[in-house]
Design a protein around this ligand. Structure first.
Ligand code: ZN
Length: 130
């Protein structure tokens, strides 16, 4: 089973002090990672089979779908952690709320755009010390 852990991350913007975001991160079990990976590869295989009888399309698309599904499957298998929820105030305008990262793979730093002030900010690991 997957487990949730909560961690503090930093929301930083150019020229403004960073704010603290609270992030819930879902850690995937090896079984869940395998299922996610096989799901993507299976979808590629299914698309390849479905497009095989279509004239002209069958020259390119099935191969692309197979390779794409495999690449996506390997990438998804490699993702051990997903964001469950990220909340915190925007460092520019102070808008407090969620950042719409649910089910996105955890990769830091990550660029975000504030829906209120439309400025670009970054979600980063918190800076320790200093
Ligand atoms: Zn903002």
């Amino acid at each position: 089973m997957s487990s949730l852990r909560t961690t503090a991350l930093a929301l930083t913007g150019f020229g403004v002090p960073a704010t603290v975001a609270s992030a819930e991160i879902r850690e995937l079990s090896p079984g869940e990672r395998l299922r996610r990976g096989l799901g993507a590869a299976g979808l590629g295989l299914l698309l390849a089979i479905l497009t095989l009888p279509i004239p002209i399309v069958h020259f390119v698309f099935p191969l692309v779908a197979l390779v794409g599904g495999l690449v996506l499957g390997v990438r998804r298998f490699g993702q051990g952690e997903l964001f469950h929820r990220v909340e915190g105030p925007c460092p520019f305008c102070g808008r407090d709320g969620r950042w719409g990262l649910t089910h996105a793979p955890v990769k830091l730093p990550r660029e975000l755009s504030c829906p209120a002030c439309r400025k670009t900010l970054e979600l980063e690991a918190p800076r320790t010390g200093g």
